[in-house]
Design a protein around this ligand. Structure first.
Ligand SMILES: *[C@@H]1O[C@H](CO)[C@@H](O)[C@H](O)[C@H]1NC(C)=O
Ligand SMILES: *[C@@H]1O[C@H](CO)[C@@H](O)[C@H](O)[C@H]1NC(C)=O
Length: 282
């Protein structure tokens, strides 16, 4: 053990013996402001249809993954589609130095997109991975105009710090939901809230009622292929976890599910599912 690692271990045991919490220190270069700045550069790039706005914030060795495939960034939706951004929200994960950004381009009927993008950074705050699901015509229940309409009805306020759920609680709720297809015990592990509204592509379980439910239409067959290769971005101030994964039971699609908890209860689910350029079907 090097002296530095030894010191960290000592510090870790001292802290955990006091608070009994795992030692999760944000990396030095990673602040909410710096994370939002690189997310802004990403959104500017998508609005320009060019990688240029990203140039100064990319690490020397970075990767672009789109719809679960590593691609040449020059062929990405960012570099090839100049989109009018009708909606944008970015969540920050200071522990992992990562962000999740939800983008909707609906007004331009020739280029409808609903995009969910996780961005990961290195120690110096530079981007090492852009990991994106870019849903469009043919994607599961796709309707950008409806997605935009429903998103605008929702309230995703910052949650006061004394009301934050633990990262583990937020992630466990998302994981339990993602296990519904392959685990018959998963449903009982989900902290269902009311009202809860699921925006699945352009379809919505919300009708403005206090008893709106996200349990509508969940799988009854728990012997399906699972949702695998899950990548997480967790923001306690939003009560949210974004999970990118392989949606194995539907054409091995590229999927993004985002969950928001309030006071430990599930309130919102947003989904985007892209089936490799083909039309998604069950
Ligand atoms: C660049 O990053 C990729 C993915 O993290 C890694 O597999 C590869 O070894 C890296 N290449 C260099 C030259 O560091
Ligand atoms: C559940 O899904 C599996 C995998 O697709 C399939 O083999 C099985 O027949 C389904 N069971 C029912 C009851 O539909």
């Amino acid at each position: 053990m090097t002296p530095f690692v030894f010191l960290l271990a000592l510090l870790g045991s001292a802290v955990s013996s006091v608070s009994a919490k795992p030692l999760l220190l944000p990396r030095a270069a990673c602040t909410k402001e710096s994370l939002l700045a690189t997310a802004d550069a990403y959104v500017a790039a998508q609005a320009a249809g060019s990688l240029d706005p990203l140039a100064s914030v990319l690490a020397a060795n970075w990767t672009f993954e789109e719809n679960n495939k590593v691609i040449d960034p020059k062929t990405s939706v960012v570099a090839t589609k100049k989109l009018t951004i009708d909606h944008r929200r970015t969540n920050t994960d200071l522990v992992q130095c990562a962000t999740y950004t939800e983008l909707i381009s609906a007004a331009d009927a020739a280029n409808p997109y609903v995009i969910g993008t996780q961005i990961r950074h290195d120690e110096s705050g530079k981007i090492v991975l852009i990991d994106s699901v870019a849903s469009t015509t043919g994607s599961w229940l796709f309707n950008a105009a409806k997605t935009l309409q429903y998103v605008k009805q929702e309230t995703w306020d910052v949650i006061p710090e004394d009301k934050w759920d633990a990262r583990e609680v937020i992630q466990a709720a998302g994981d339990a939901y993602m296990d519904l297809w392959s685990d018959s015990t998963a449903e009982d592990k989900i902290p269902w809230g009311r009202p809860c509204r699921r925006l699945e592509g352009g379809a919505y379980t919300g009708s403005g009622r206090e008893d709106d439910s996200c349990a509508v239409g969940i799988p009854s067959n728990h012997s399906q292929l699972p949702n695998t290769r899950r990548r997480y971005v967790i923001d306690q101030s939003m009560g949210s976890v974004s999970i990118l994964c392989v949606w194995e039971h539907m054409m091995y699609a590229a999927d993004q599910h985002e969950f928001r908890l309030e006071g430990g209860k599930l309130r919102y689910v947003h989904t985007m599912t892209e089936c490799g350029g083909r039309t998604c079907r069950l």
